[in-house]
Design a binder for this molecule. Sequence first.
Ligand SMILES: *[C@@H]1O[C@H](CO)[C@@H](O)[C@H](O)[C@H]1NC(C)=O
Ligand SMILES: *[C@@H]1O[C@H](CO)[C@@H](O)[C@H](O)[C@H]1NC(C)=O
Ligand SMILES: *[C@@H]1O[C@H](CO)[C@@H](O)[C@H](O)[C@H]1NC(C)=O
Ligand SMILES: *[C@@H]1O[C@H](CO)[C@@H](O)[C@H](O)[C@H]1NC(C)=O
Length: 402
Amino acid sequence: MGAILYTVVTSCLLLSTIAAPNHHGYQKIHVKAIQRSDGIQKINRHSHKSGAAQVPLVDFFKGTDLQWIGNVEIGSPPQTFSAVFDTGSPTFLIPSADCTPANGCAKDVSKFNPSRSRTFNLSSNTPFEFSFFTGGGVTPGNESQSGFLNTDRVSIGGLTVDNQEIGLVDSATPGFAPFLKHFQAVIGLGSAADLDGARNPILPALVAAGELLEPIVSFYIPPRSTGHAELTLGAIDHSKFVGDIHYIRPAVTDGLLASIWNVNFTNIFVNGRPTGVANFAVLDTGTSNIVAPSNDDAAAIYKHISIDIKLLNETGVFGIACERICELPATLDFEIEGRKYTIPSRDFNAGPIEGHPGMCQTVINGGDVGFWILGGSLLKHYYSTFNVETKVVGLAKAVEEL
Ligand SMILES: *[C@@H]1O[C@H](CO)[C@@H](O)[C@H](O)[C@H]1NC(C)=O
Ligand SMILES: *[C@@H]1O[C@H](CO)[C@@H](O)[C@H](O)[C@H]1NC(C)=O
Ligand SMILES: *[C@@H]1O[C@H](CO)[C@@H](O)[C@H](O)[C@H]1NC(C)=O
Ligand SMILES: *[C@@H]1O[C@H](CO)[C@@H](O)[C@H](O)[C@H]1NC(C)=O
């Protein structure tokens, strides 16, 4: 589900100036131990625990404006990596020193070397293979990583878990290649282990270790032009949203999907008009676009916008001539528990499509996962907070200018 892949440009404004993926937006950052916002200090005054941490995120631009990365430390002494924090997947994945260029890890990719960590624990060495449907880029595709599950100490923003399960990736499909040199870890922020007890995500482990003041993780992932993106563990940063947080119950509370962040939505509005489409959706910080359960489901929404939006690649890419996309009114509202969550028209354009000159991709991909995925193009407009114990997700209107 969540995470990674490829793309070019998102905004209409940028189309004329940026024609190809670029790296100018990328900047390596370091997680400062704990930088507390006002909101968090207020909470911490009553607490002796560390309790909360803020991890600055950068918008990994590469054209998307829809993917955010920050740092994580693994092992002792710590080896530092750049990571995607992914509410759409359950597993902690990191390329291992065993991953060769022939297996998808180029020479310049930073890899975790377990032999240099004294806390590395060759505990289970269970083989795994983990698939990403969307990647997370705007180009859909079936990508996967495989390797072995073991454990080691992991720290995010100074909050630490010993014996955290980590998937040491020794093989990745080629779709990961353009990204691995910029970010390596995919940190699945699922709320619980899988039914079979495998895949133990880090959030419940942080709670069990007493590291979190509250059992929550919160995201502020605004457009790159706004900046100051951040992940907050254990607290909510009240300076990053306006109005109230509205809490949404999980659609299902058991089964595989209950371990990631799922909600029911009761309608999709196109330019204010209801389409009658209702379904189950995963709120996914690791996916860039919106993903419909099938190409037909995506087409059913597009027909309310323009008959000229066509399926351009059976992998689920839809598009229309770039010269027409900016003029299309295409506001999408997802109605969840009686409230509308909006993707404005200006985010309808997901950039030029490789191999289709003059065509621009539209924000909904067709998928084959059986439910909707609401990714960065929606979540960039909302402050989101995810509760590991109640499985409730809170959304509030994000501050859009700082
Ligand atoms: C290694 O991992 C196993 C299984 O998780 C655990 O029982 C054991 O205590 C760990 N060993 C050390 C030294 O932490
Ligand atoms: C979500 O929708 C499913 C299917 O309609 C239903 O079974 C479930 O009870 C709903 N969950 C909530 C919290 O309304
Ligand atoms: C569809 O996408 C795949 C993967 O990105 C690509 O290899 C293929 O050439 C594309 N096909 C068309 C018709 O664009
Ligand atoms: C992705 O993989 C699934 C399961 O293996 C398969 O059903 C589906 O057709 C694949 N989708 C694409 C676009 O290749």
